[in-house]
Ligand binder design. Structure first.
Ligand code: SAM
Length: 532
């Protein structure tokens, strides 16, 4: 049974919160970090707890060390049935806020302690600790914290968890590290904090904490222009972790935009890679900087393949067409390169070749690629020149990529790849988001595919024994779609994408297994066996 009249109490809370806020100056609010969580955001976080079933098998012992008027407690009791909350404590330094929280929520089971959280010590008995710390701590900047106070807190943190905290840290960093000893083993910490810790120097210790002392589960970053706390002028993140040692190959979700349960984009990131990464706010929008050599114990696809996106023509409609059309336009054969159709129009997984290297497919597409200067084309290839002229008149040469190229109809260089992986797709009943293609032709592709070129030992093996391509293809096909999806990123609406470095990070166990069956005496054989 849900608790009665929570809605009425919440309405009253919002009204009283506004009244209290309006009585304070901006400076007073900054000094105590008094920027309340918008009710819908508190609700969103509680929905996450509910949806992810974090407390399906246990009662909740709640603690908010900066409870304010109790926005999180209110959202919690609205969602969870009566009797699910075993204990609830809210700590608040400001007498007025503490009084409101007490009046509103004491009868629902919240014990309000009017005190400075940083001066308190947790209960000694592990059983009395909280298993859910859900909070929006004060975002008080370091220059508002007195020097003496700072030093005292630094010593306290050093003695509690052995970390030295940087003097430029905001109060929320002290809150986060001090709360470690208030959280029960395997309990959850859910923190709404400024995103800046992910990039600035003083945040290094927080990142260390999140990758060493606890198991990071999820970091959701709001878009900076969707400022959750308009008056606090910071962009915020929700950080979710569990108090237990991180697993060796653990992964954490990083998401961005939209909301916590339905982000615009999200990606699983190996904790090992996070440890070595200076900045976290690029994630998940750009993870190509995460080095594949990190925690590199198992062989990865990147050890066997050089992986690149296909070409970006900048104007596919102009440069790519049926071979027959190119012929009818009088474009000479030497300026035509075979190119694969988009994955949507490619029905096979193995592309055979005709005697000239053209793919044997329903669509016989080419891309225009020529490096001769325009005046030479004009003089020697009149019909081709007419086509280029028409393109120019249509305005395509004003496009970004074309402006950067010289001449504008010369494409990036790519060899034809023996293997490709589709770059993006949706996961539904009909389709897999990613497919591996075996290309026996000379065709290249556009950037809707990743091109996989065997390198080192594998390149040598295939060179000497082309029949091995079949086995490599079979091995690549065994890579689980879920593994590719987990290493790529997903966009709101369910579109999955994988970048070359992300594909390169995938374990290549299937490939190693297959290669093991072939006893080739290669100089690099040693290297492969040492991985196995
Ligand atoms: C960002 S507000 C969050 C309030 C509330 N939890 C919410 O989400 O709406 C931070 C709260 O922490 C309180 N606070 C600031 N310093 C504190 C301290 N040292 N100990 C306890 N509470 C503190 C402020 O008065 C303020 O109410």
């Amino acid at each position: 049974m849900k608790l009665k009249n929570v809605g009425l109490a919440e309405k009253k809370r919002i009204r009283l919160q506004k009244e209290l806020d309006s009585k304070k100056t901006q400076l007073e609010r900054n000094m105590l970090g008094q920027f309340a969580t918008p009710p819908n955001l508190a609700q969103e976080i509680v929905n996450y707890i509910f949806e992810k079933k974090l407390f399906d098998k246990q009662m909740i012992r709640f603690l908010d060390p900066a409870v304010g008027t109790g926005s999180f407690f209110s959202a919690l009791i609205k969602n969870f049935p009566e009797g699910k909350i075993e204990s609830a404590i809210g700590i608040e330094i400001d007498r007025d806020f503490a009084k409101v929280a007490d009046e509103l929520w004491a009868s629902y089971g919240l014990e309000v302690i009017n005190s400075d959280f940083t001066h308190l010590n947790p209960p000694k008995d592990e059983r009395e600790l909280a298993n859910l710390i859900l909070t929006n701590p004060p975002y008080v900047r370091h220059h508002h914290i007195e020097k003496k106070e700072k030093m005292k807190l630094q010593r306290k943190i050093k003695s509690k968890i052995g970390y030295s905290i940087n003097g430029l840290s905001g109060l929320y960093c002290y809150f986060l590290l001090l709360s470690h000893s208030w959280l029960k083993k395997e309990g959850y910490g859910i923190w709404l904090i400024p995103s800046e810790f992910m990039d600035v120097n003083y945040g290094t210790i927080i990142k260390k904490y999140l990758t060493e002392k606890v198991t990071l589960i999820h970091i959701h970053r709001f878009e900076p222009d969707d400022v959750q706390f308009a008056d606090a002028l910071v962009s915020s993140s929700i950080v979710i972790f569990q108090k237990k040692k991180p697993e060796k190959n653990g992964m954490a979700t990083f998401s961005y935009g939209g909301n916590l349960l339905h982000p615009k984009i999200s990606q699983l990131i190996p904790i090992g890679a996070l440890k070595h990464s200076q900045k976290w706010t690029h994630i998940p929008n750009n993870t190509t900087f995460l080095d594949i050599d990190i925690e590199h114990e198992t062989p990865r696809l990147g050890d066997f393949f050089k992986i690149q996106r296909g070409i970006a023509t900048g104007a596919n409609k102009f440069f790519i067409m049926q071979r027959t059309k190119a012929k009818s336009l009088g474009i000479p054969e030497k300026f035509l390169k075979p190119i694969l159709p988009s994955p949507r129009n490619l029905k096979v997984e193995k592309i055979e070749s005709d005697g000239w290297g053209n793919p044997i497919l329903d669509d016989s597409l080419i891309v225009i690629d020529c490096e001769l200067p325009e005046n030479v084309v004009k003089k020697d290839y009149k019909q081709f020149y007419q086509y280029l002229k028409a393109g120019k008149e249509s305005g395509i040469t004003e496009r970004y990529l074309l402006k950067k190229r010289f001449p504008w109809y010369k494409q990036e260089h790519r060899e034809s790849p023996p293997f490709l992986c589709t770059y993006m797709g949706r996961n539904n009943n009909k389709n897999k988001p990613f497919r591996i293609i075996w290309n026996k032709s000379e065709a290249i592709s556009t950037n809707v595919y990743l091109l996989m070129y065997p390198k080192d030992a594998l390149a040598e093996m295939l060179n000497d024994n082309p029949e091995l391509e079949q086995a490599v293809f079979e091995a690549l096909k065994q890579i689980k779609t879920k593994d590719i999806m987990d290493n790529g990123r997903v966009y709101g609406g369910g579109l999955h994408k994988i970048e070359p470095k992300e594909l390169g990070r995938l374990p290549a166990n299937e490939l190693v297994e297959i290669l093991k069956q072939y006893d080739y005496q290669l100089p690099t054989q040693q290297k492969i066996s040492s991985w196995v």
